[in-house]
Design a protein around this ligand. Sequence first.
Ligand code: PHE
Length: 453
Amino acid sequence: MSSGGQREQWATRIGFIFAAVGSAVGLGNIWRFPFQVGQEGGAAFLVIYLLFIVLIGFPAMLIEFVVGRHTERNPVGALQEIGAGAWRYVGWIFIATGFVILSYYSVVAGWTIRYTLLGLQDDYIADAAEAEAQFVTLASGLDAIFLHAIFMVAVIAIVAYGIERGIELAVKVMIPAIIVIMLGLAVYVATLEGASEAYSYYLSPEWGVIAAEWQSILPAAAGQAFFTLSLGMGVMITYASYLGEDRNLAEDSAIIIGFDTAIAFVTGLIVFPVLFTAGVAPGDPGAGAIFVSLAAAFGDLTFGWLIGAIFFATVAIAALSSAISLMEVVVSYAIDELDLDRVTATLAIGGAIFLLGIPSAYDLVLLDLFDLFADQILLVLGGLLLAILVSWSLSTLAIEELERGIGDLGSLGTAWIWAVRIPVVLVLVVALVLGILDYYEFLSGDFAAWLEE
Ligand code: PHE
């Protein structure tokens, strides 16, 4: 178990909430969300996504919180404490997922640093094809490896300082900055020519789209809800393990989810007007969206370089506050279970994650290989197993833990458990099956082709 001395704790209530918001708000909101909306049917997707956030995300977040606060352990230790038999090893999936996600998340974060610098040098290219060529050159190779290293150094530096002096302090600066800048950008882009067309695309759903494309909309919305709330990976277990007091976890979750959703929503209010003004179809070209079409659109605007630099710098900050949570999951394990001190653990793990990220910074196909595996398989698998274990065999413990700090929940407690037992589990099973099929397709398609080259 733990090395001597007291387990660290958050200093303030707001510190915990900011840290959880910092974890949730990241590339998922600003990079992934707009292109998911673009690809999956605009406002119709937005409606389904919001529904899943409330119906699936909220109950699932509470599960992680009660496990963390109850055990006061890292995810591996927590699962060893509450699980029996093979369930004792589920925590390992979380650690592995954190390791893999951070390795390529840091590479993408490195791109955001590069695109901040491009803005400052007034180097966005308005021509879409050229912008794409520029992205492909910058996204892999020595430049990408170098920026990946810089980003990892920042992550290591913050996490090495610990919960209160590192993470809590950093997020208290980062979160207000993100909120203010994003709101400011949204107000500015409202003055653009394409704004009203963009709003109606983003905000008035065409219901027919849901009927026609629900098979792809549902899993995409569920996956996005999990990813954006940092669920399925033990982040919320870890962060709740540093809570000493009995607080109202349901209220905290609602606040965290509210902030995360608001930032994603505002991102749409920024991205779509810029794209519509530049005449770019939302959803093109998928994962490259903000680095290709959006950057090209910035290249087209007066003062686009400045808006772009501010935008990408904000994305980099948001990515940093998420990356420290991914790192903390692995570090908390090393401190609790391997008896390492924080600085040694952070340096060793950060170094290893940097090395694991090199392939992703070397070739985009390898980044996809890691991203799809972690995102669509590991994350969903971890979340699913935890949901099954806690809702089906530890429901009394879970309800009691949630009631600490709230008081008697009555039938609401049971309603929560049943929301996890069937809807959450079902959605995750479907997402997992689709994720595995998709991964198989990737392995036999793009990846096989890459190997042959
Ligand atoms: N929620 C983060 C984002 O939206 C990503 C993340 C996933 C962070 C899982 C931690 C754990 O970018």
